[in-house]
Design a binder for this molecule. Sequence first.
Ligand code: FAD
Ligand code: FES
Length: 506
Amino acid sequence: MSEKSPQATTDLTKGVPAASLADGEMILGRVGDDEVVLARSGGEFFAVRAHCTHYRGPLVNGIVVGDTVRCPLHHACFSLRTGEALRAPALDPLVCWRVDREGDRVVVREKAEAPGAPAPPSASEAPTSIVIVGGGAAGVAAAEMLRRQGYDGPVAMISADTDLPVDRPNLSKDYLAGDAQDDWIPLWPESFYAEQRIELVLNKRVTSIDTNRRTVRLDDGFERSYGALLLATGADPVRVEIAGAANGQVLLLRSFADSRAIVERTAGAKRVVVVGASFIGLEVAASLRNRNIAVDVVAPESTPLERVLGTEVGRYVRAVHEAKGVVFHLGQTVARVDGPRVTLSGGETLECDFIVMGVGVRPVTALAEQAGLTLDRGIEVNEYLETSAQNVFAAGDVARWPDPHTGERIRVEHWVVAERQGQVAARNMLGARERFDAVPFFWSLHYDTVIRYVGHAEKWDDVHVDGSLDGGDCTIAYRRGGKTLAVATIGRDRENLEAELRMERS
Ligand SMILES: Cc1cc2nc3c(=O)[nH]c(=O)nc-3n(C[C@H](O)[C@H](O)[C@H](O)COP(=O)(O)OP(=O)(O)OC[C@H]3O[C@@H](n4cnc5c(N)ncnc54)[C@H](O)[C@@H]3O)c2cc1C
Ligand code: FES
């Protein structure tokens, strides 16, 4: 569960005593019909729209860091001075208001003008053209950032998806649960790409790259040249063959089309078997329960999510699902399928209308491999997200990068990381030489329980739980050799932001 949203009552145009806000504090108020947050950073005061432009997170519950504010829900970061969305997942800016001092009071005035477009990068640094392979989190965030940085050259984004770039995390959550409409899912309407002069090429696959000639070839046979190339090809869901399964009986979930296909199959369905107790598998289970469909989860592990979140949290998540009627068949796999009957490796049989498989993903590296790039269980990149080929960058689920916080080369499958890498890669394509050093963050939703996780811990020797897991109010620290590698929180959004900040600074 997340913390409650506060109510705006104070009329900020009447002013508040400056001393009523300590450094780093925020208050929620109103300016006319608008809900506005007044924030103090040192001796300065700023007023911005109260809700995050990503999913309307209540910024007053976030934290002020220097002249920025971070959102408690998915850790977007905005400039308090200009409103710019400095770090994903928010991509659109906040509206700002002008603030005056009147004696010992702080008064919020009219809306401030949006800052003008930045100066274009110097022509000697900027590539002649940019091709982005992939229309997912990393690709979209990169394309948007190129334009935000004032890059004026041609930008083409080539995506094998049939749909406009979508809010992928929603596909297993509200959309699948029946709580979000189709038109909420695209990140932007088609007109956005035209306005931004981002050439969006959908339903086409890049089949090869020639790094010497700086060209990519598409599956329609056409070639395109690039000055700089971003590989943001993401990951594909793993399909494990099940003996006896009919064509179309086992559904995977990655794209909007996949999610629509599952929704279509839910019409009239009574029972579904979910193979895999991963984040995707469990989110699918929760969404199907929301549609009142009986769900059996089959997975080889003894505790769901144990590998990522440990036994205690895994058991808690299992209990959350069981309370909603999900039945787990753990320590087992599906041995075979005969029509609607699913036989498990332990001999038990289940009936189902269809099966959803969520057993993990594989980074899409075939293209990079063909181009001769260095691979390391993903595409190997340096701290600037450069691959082993000149002017070729990689970002998102496909990229393995040197993480300064763990001292290891890591690859993660998180929405926010993919977008932030896309943003850093974009700036580096324009010559910025910016290291990617963000602390990884992800969230996962199970009914009304949200788990937020910062850091990265593949192995740990100590798990410390502060608070009550059963009460849905706790902080879990994953440590190795005394060092905190990751922190998960349930019902403590602000603590998750504070943990992120501590990790950044340590
Ligand atoms: C259902 C679902 C729910 C999720 N929920 C969460 C969540 O709650 N929190 C979280 O942190 N993460 C979540 N994730 C993970 C998150 O969506 C991914 O980490 C993120 O999408 C990765 O972004 P990406 O740009 O690297 O890859 P993707 O978003 O997968 O995009 C890859 C793109 O590359 C294209 N492509 C691949 N090969 C080619 C080619 N040869 N030519 C042209 N195009 C190509 C694909 O068509 C696609 O457009 C979820 C993922 C799914 C599927
Ligand atoms: S709602 Fe603010 S980051 Fe998602």
